[in-house]
Design a protein around this ligand. Sequence first.
Ligand code: RIB
Ligand code: CA
Length: 304
Amino acid sequence: MKRLIIDCDPGHDDAIAIILAQRHAEVLGITTVSGNAPLDAVTDNALLVTALLNVDTPVHVGAARPLVGDPIHAARVHGVNGLGGVDRIEHGRTPASEDAVGFLLEAAAEDVWVVPIGPLTNIALAIERDPDWVHRIAGISLMGGSVDSGNATPKAEFNIFADPEAAAKVFASGANIIMCGLNLTHQLRTTDSTVERLRAMDRPLATFAAQVFDHLHNRMEELIGQRNAALHDPCAVLAVTHPHLIDAEPRAVAVETEGKLTRGMTVVDERVTRRRGEPTAQVAYGIDAAAAMELVLDALGADQ
Ligand code: RIB
Ligand code: CA
């Protein structure tokens, strides 16, 4: 089994990604970062998911704010607490530490993949503390960026836009990076029939996921008039656990930190081969969405 660390900001799709990872990998730990909601909220949500899964995966608390500027959140999608619309359970769980970066550095090994699915602040801080860290792990499979349009702004995807300086450091670090951007994740979508399939399973985790997707569909209907949602974060997990489902190409990727209109944009060099910059990431362009969705639904219906 692959060994992973999930760096996240739960977040509805983060929660599904954690469940998927637990089903198909050895999750050494979860690190949290301010993103979809403030740090305390996303940490509570990560602890809630480990309780729902009944696993003792340690949760380590990370950065409360980006490297530069103030934190931004995504309450209009995920709710003020980061996981709106789902029933919560009392669990009494607490974080294993307040030092996510220390955990990331300590847990590094040649077979360990780091899977950031929120802003890249913790990852950049780890690189700042030990630049050689990126060569002591198997790689970084991240959900973030896009080869074309954004969601936080016309050109920036939320995870990158929330901390562009951190993202710029990560893409320039020399790490073995898989980038699962919006151009990929928009190909994996849940619909109301997904919710019906989950409800029919009549299992606690499936019922939780049905609430997760129903919340997202309600928000998408209000925001863009469509009752479906991209399943972003699980793509970064599948890129490690099921790489055959993803088509990726080597590309030079850099992050804009100065542009008035383009701050947080992942600039992917797609010029003709002979003029391209040196690749800095494997950029994902295609996914077998049907097979991916079946793996997600299987993980959600699994016995706990
Ligand atoms: O743009 C999608 C990303 O932003 C996902 O990680 C989602 O959880 C939000 O954090
Ligand atoms: Ca996320």
